[in-house]
Design a protein around this ligand. Structure first.
Ligand SMILES: Nc1nc2c(ncn2[C@@H]2O[C@H](COP(=O)(O)OP(=O)(O)OP(=O)(O)O)[C@@H](O)[C@H]2O)c(=O)[nH]1
Length: 327
């Protein structure tokens, strides 16, 4: 009986995980294998789910919203995976929130009911080449950001150094050195828009004829799971509480410059912003990573909104400033 491989996609907010996931799903389609996806988003709004589903409506997806995968969510993680297993996928992808430690999800996979059905194939960490040195520097980032980034690098089986189109050759070398210091074993791929040789990543993914069905079994650790297993502490949860999410709504269409100016106001506390925003001509998908804002036309028909993820963002202040904009 063959077990189902599970990939954990980790990496800080906006590094390019969803961009990679979309390609992995496309490649699965080409290979004729059935993927399943578990997405974990901080905040109630299901942004990435919508982004993926726009082009891959038929994909099997479970979503965990409003919180990072951690102790309190562990049962929800395994419940979601059990639901995914009902559809008999050949591979499962778990995209973590940018602020989660990858090994936390591995705890959920080692639950007795699941351990004989699936195994952790690879932890893939996607790094934002433009900002990784900043995230990694104790002087420039808050402590828990540095710890999370280092953990994501340390436990990765594959490291994808993304956004090389935005950095110089010398910066690339610098980043490589820093990464290698923290994880000398795993291969590092340099990419733009997370374009990597997908066949290397999916080398062990095939159609599984004889899937193990879900049933209670004895708890056994394989070597692989042991490598990623850790003594889970509750402490980390508190530290993430500094990271908060604010959802803002639009009453009418707005101007790009207005939104840009608003987002700039919250630097350096603002880590990420995403949303479907109404400009005069149509709806756009907005993605804001560090100081950069990306806009692309979207077919989205739902309610317009902007999600802000930040560290120590003052919700009241943000909301009252937003109200003043009268958008
Ligand atoms: N210039 C440049 N932009 C990129 C690259 N990869 C991704 N982006 C853009 O960066 C933004 C964030 O990419 P995502 O793939 O959504 O990042 P993510 O890691 O899933 O983000 P979270 O879900 O917030 O954790 C999007 O607008 C992408 O189009 C790259 O290599 N170069």
């Amino acid at each position: 009986m063959k077990k189902i491989p599970v990939f954990v996609l980790s990496g800080f907010l906006g590094s390019g995980k969803t961009t990679l996931l979309k390609q992995l799903l496309r490649r699965c389609d080409e290979k004729g294998v059935a993927p399943a996806v578990l997405m974990n988003e901080i905040g109630e709004a299901d942004m990435d789910g919508e982004i993926i589903l726009e082009k891959n409506q038929q994909q099997i997806m479970e979503k965990l919203l409003d919180g990072c995968i951690c102790c309190s969510k562990k049962s929800e993680v395994s419940d979601s995976i059990k639901k995914l297993l009902e559809n008999k996928p050949d591979v499962i992808f778990i995209e973590l929130t940018g602020v989660a430690n990858p090994e936390e999800v591995v705890d959920s996979l080692t639950e007795p009911e699941l351990i004989d059905c699936l195994y952790l194939e690879k932890v893939i960490t996607v790094l934002d080449g433009e900002n990784i040195l900043e995230y990694n520097s104790i002087f420039e980032s808050v402590r828990e950001l540095v710890q999370t980034t280092r953990r994501q690098i340390e436990v990765a089986d594959i490291l994808i150094l993304n956004k090389v189109d935005l950095i110089s050759a010398s910066h690339k070398e610098k980043v490589k050195k820093v990464i290698k210091k923290q994880n000398a074993e795993s291969p590092v791929y340099f990419t733009s828009y997370s374009e990597v040789d997908l066949d290397i990543l999916l080398e062990n993914v095939n159609v599984i004829d004889n899937k193990i069905s879900l049933h209670k079994n004895n708890y056994t650790h394989s070597q692989r799971e042991n490598k990623h297993h850790h003594n889970h502490e509750h402490k980390h949860h508190r530290s993430y509480s500094r990271i908060n999410t604010i959802i803002l709504e639009f009453n009418q269409h707005t101007k790009q410059a207005k939104v840009d100016k608003f987002l700039k106001k919250w630097q350096p506390n603002l880590l990420r912003a995403k949303g479907y925003i109404p400009l005069k001509d149509r709806c756009y998908l907005l993605q804001h990573v560090m100081k950069r804002t990306y806009l692309e036309p979207a077919e989205y028909k739902g309610r317009h909104y902007l999600v802000m993820i930040g560290i120590d963002l003052d919700t009241n202040e943000v909301e009252s400033e937003w109200a003043k904009l009268n958008v």
